[in-house]
Design a protein around this ligand. Structure first.
Ligand code: GDP
Length: 140
């Protein structure tokens, strides 16, 4: 079970299983309103995403912002090879889609819906898997 905390712009979630006592820090970055706190809350089992709002896969500018953030992150943490997953949240709002799933992005990509709880656990499992893969390859 994860625990989460958030401020007005970004959400930080700590995740890891009780058996291996590992705690990983996952940072959710993106424009205001794309659903970062909702994803963290759903993952932490605290609360549902409430009413609808039209951003994330329905907002091309939030995608462009994510693209920019990815470049900045890679540049700032060049030596660390940190895992990055692009999240297209609000997949339930398909009718207002502005961001194509075909789009080529140089990292893993997953579509989620915090409202429908779709792929939220898959997202955080994917993150933990990527962190562990990198750790294992460093220890070899
Ligand atoms: P944040 O600013 O990135 O932390 O975004 P919030 O988590 O506060 O979400 C902004 C709004 O989007 C809220 O009204 C949420 O209820 C709504 N929202 C979050 N996730 C989803 C989703 O998957 N689908 C829909 N339809 N709305 C969502």
């Amino acid at each position: 079970r994860g625990s989460c905390a958030s401020d007005s712009s970004d959400s930080v979630i700590s995740t890891g299983s009780e058996t291996d006592s590992q705690v990983y820090k996952v940072v959710l970055l993106g424009e205001h309103g794309v659903g970062k706190s909702s994803l963290a809350r759903v993952f932490g089992g605290l609360e549902d995403a409430g009413h609808d709002c039209d951003e994330a896969v329905t907002d091309k500018s939030s995608f462009e912002k994510a693209s920019e953030l990815r470049i900045q992150l890679r540049r700032a943490r060049q030596s660390e090879n940190i895992p990055i997953i692009l999240v297209g949240n609000k997949s339930d709002l398909v009718r207002s889609r502005e961001v194509s799933v075909e789009v080529v992005f140089d990292c893993k990509f997953i579509e989620t819906s915090a409202s429908l709880h779709h792929n939220v656990h898959a997202l955080f499992e994917g993150i933990v898997r990527q962190i562990r893969l990198r750790k294992d390859s460093k220890e070899e």
